[in-house]
Design a protein around this ligand. Structure first.
Ligand code: NAD
Ligand code: UDP
Length: 357
């Protein structure tokens, strides 16, 4: 951990008017500086804010950051996250949770060293269900998270996405590629929200000198992704584990490159602890067609499922694979968990959540 991540005396705020943790709230959110710690060193440990911390990646990030000795303030409105993820973290020393909408404001008492902005629906069925909320959290929510970082003189990390490349005409995708996005297609609510969020993040760096970083995260999977999440890996795994047909969209020739969650989280932390602004691709360059993925999942789970071909969603990207040269050279980061190993771990976890005979 670098010295610059330590708490600074100029960051001490008055916490007198802050509400208690875990209270549902309306209006602008405020977070207490109280750390109910059993470990005295936690009083001075660097402190991070994670928006979207009740979600899949957010909860893993909170866990990993606590393991590294950070204090963690987690903030979420449960739009797509779950209480189960918070329950996993609730008793850990140095962890605080506040329920609230990041679009309604984000004020945090006490020092903050890094703001990780992850709040946003991320699964296509979820952002199609929440189109305006997705655009709002990418714009207003990002503005509020950046204002928090600006006020606290904290580093800011945006969880952006490979979706900024849209249906890419350059392959694999390097960070220099501008992308190919349909601004009025169904996926635009997510893609354009993230593109706006990236532009706003850069504007806060150039205009206000906020120390910002942008991670472009590629498809990530693992435990805590629920069977009804809607994204391809938990969907196929659940179908395979229940011997139901695997629903391959289109002819399954479209590709994705899937990264196990602990690798993605290590990449986010490495970027946050660096001085790199990015954008930096974080993903596993092992590329598979969706049909190959379905077959691999059937094999790993020993499933008797058939494969059922159904309609391809509009604007579904035909290829996706990260060029991770930048992350390798600048962060010394690359994925450690193979796709097969990761799929086995995700399958074991999902199986434990399913009521199978
Ligand atoms: P997720 O849906 O599991 O988690 C998102 C979290 O944000 C949820 O807990 C949700 O309740 C919360 N949230 C949404 N709107 C909010 C609001 N207005 N105020 C407060 N909280 C709000 O998704 P995830 O897979 O964990 O993704 C996390 C972030 O990483 C997202 O920003 C996503 O765009 C980005 N990302 C994820 C992937 C991936 O493969 N998982 C890939 C690329 C980018
Ligand atoms: N997909 C599929 N069957 C499903 C869910 C998804 O074939 O039940 C495909 C989808 O069309 C896309 C890929 O799997 O080509 C990845 O989809 P996901 O929703 O996980 O994320 P995306 O990368 O599209 O955002």
């Amino acid at each position: 951990m670098t010295e610059s991540l330590g708490s600074r005396p100029d960051q001490q705020d008055d916490a007198a008017e802050q509400p208690s943790p875990r209270q549902p709230r309306n209006g602008p959110a405020t977070v207490s500086q109280i750390v109910r710690s059993e470990r005295p060193d936690l009083e001075t440990a660097p402190r991070i804010v994670v928006t979207g911390g009740a979600g899949f990646l957010g909860s893993w990030l909170c866990d990993a950051a606590l393991d590294k000795g950070y204090r963690v303030v987690c903030f979420d409105n449960f739009a797509t996250g779950t209480n189960d993820n918070i329950d996993l973290l609730a008793d850990r020393p140095g962890f605080e949770f506040f329920e609230g909408d990041v679009c309604a404001g984000l004020q945090v008492g006490g020092p903050v060293d890094i703001v990780f902005h992850l709040a946003s629906p991320a699964s296509p069925p979820q952002y199609l269900r929440l189109p305006v909320e997705t655009l709002k959290v990418g714009s207003v929510g990002t503005l509020n998270a950046l204002e928090l970082a600006r006020g606290k003189k904290a580093r800011f990390l945006l969880a952006s996405t490979s979706e900024v490349y849209g249906d890419p005409l350059e392959h694999p995708q390097r960070e220099t590629y501008f992308g190919n996005v349909n601004p009025v297609g169904p996926r635009a609510v997510y893609d354009e929200a993230k593109r706006f969020a990236e532009a706003l993040t850069v504007a806060y760096r150039t205009k206000y000198g906020v120390d910002t970083a942008i991670a472009r995260i590629f498809n990530t999977f693992g435990p805590r992704m629920l069977g009804d999440d809607g994204r391809v890996v938990p969907t196929f795994l659940t179908q395979a584990l229940t011997n139901s047909p695997l629903t391959v969209f289109g002819d399954g020739s479209q590709t994705r490159s899937i990264c196990y969650v602990t690798d993605t989280i290590a990449g986010l932390l490495a970027l946050a602890e660096s001085e790199i602004h990015g954008p930096v691709n974080i993903g596993n360059p092992t590329e598979l067609t969706v049909l190959q993925l379905a077959e691999r999942i059937k094999e790993i789970t020993g499933s008797r499922s058939s494969i059922s071909f159904v309609g391809l969603p509009i604007d579904d990207p035909k290829v996706r694979c990260p060029d991770i040269t930048l992350a390798r050279t600048e962060l010394g980061w690359e994925p450690q968990v193979s796709v097969d190993e990761g799929l086995k771990l995700a399958a074991e976890w999902l199986e434990s959540t399913l009521d199978l005979d």
